[in-house]
Design a protein around this ligand. Structure first.
Ligand code: ZN
Length: 278
């Protein structure tokens, strides 16, 4: 196995340059910089139009490494959870239209005014089971993305690879797996054993960026690969040793740094750091 990744293994999550460019420009930017993968967000797709997005992605021969995003299974009552399920089914349809390799799921945190974290986690399991009824029929894999525990209240109460693996065990891992995002999982003492437990079958996506010290914002201060403390190469070699053959998706929310820069410079930097640090 090569120690250095290949440039064609790079994918760009469109959040990385979304403050500077609209989706059409991002697709053009990927083509211009010879970046072969993309992972678009739903609101951007809606703005450009689903069919038009699918057409442009196809015309440029881009691999869609994930569709962002579905989930948010937790809700204060049945009506809220039903609404989420309806919306998630539409997200599955959209993911199919753009030929995404998976629908990425941010599962939801505590419902408003609730302090029932175990209850929220049960809602996630039940919501996921409902959605699987549909996504399996449609052959769109669902990728549970464990989020760092600092988001347990407001974004996702699945916070570790272990929890995601447990859900795959309980619900079955046909059409269900995990999006491994290093920003969320690098700190976990169980990181490598849980990757092994997941194995090739369950690792559906691999998201990269870096953890800055200090981190100035809980959401919008992710680092460029190489600028922080994550051993990205060790993690990448580990997933590939398990047989992961997907792309390496750069996902950087960076209000005060990368979102302020010339987006062409951002893409050039992503390409170089991918080769040097990943
Ligand atoms: Zn991610």
């Amino acid at each position: 196995m090569d120690k250095q990744p290949k440039s064609e293994q790079l994918s760009i999550n469109t959040a990385t340059v979304r403050q500077q460019w609209k989706l059409g420009q991002i697709i053009d930017g990927c083509a211009r910089h010879d970046i072969r993968g993309i992972s678009p967000w739903r609101d951007q797709v809606q703005e450009l139009g689903l069919k038009e997005t699918a057409r442009r992605i196809r015309d440029n021969g881009l691999t869609v490494t994930g569709y962002c995003r579905g989930g948010m299974f937790t809700g204060i009552d049945d009506a809220a959870r039903k609404k989420a399920d309806d919306d998630n089914r539409r997200a599955v349809d959209e993911a199919l239209e753009v030929r995404a390799s998976c629908l990425v799921l941010v599962v939801g945190g505590l419902p408003n005014d609730s302090k029932d974290l175990p209850g929220a986690r049960n809602q996630v399991r039940d919501g996921l089971a409902n959605l699987l009824d549909y996504s399996r029929r449609m052959s769109m894999p669902l990728a549970i993305e464990p989020l760092h525990p600092m988001y347990a209240a407001d974004r996702a109460c699945v916070n570790t690879l272990c929890q995601a693996n447990d859900l795959c065990d309980e619900l079955g891992d046909e059409g269900l797996g995990i999006a491994v995002d290093l920003y969320h999982t690098w700190w976990d003492p169980e990181f490598f054993p849980q990757l092994e437990r997941a194995g090739k079958k369950r690792i559906l996506a691999f998201h990269i960026c870096d953890w800055l010290v200090p981190t100035r914002d809980l959401l919008l201060d992710r680092g460029m690969m190489g600028d922080g403390v994550i051993d990205i190469r060790a993690a990448r070699l580990a997933v590939e040793k398990l047989g992961y053959e997907g792309l390496h998706e750069v996902e950087i929310f960076s209000q005060h740094d990368w979102w302020q820069r010339d987006p062409d410079e951002v893409l050039v930097t992503c390409k170089q750091r991918h080769l040097d640090c990943c």
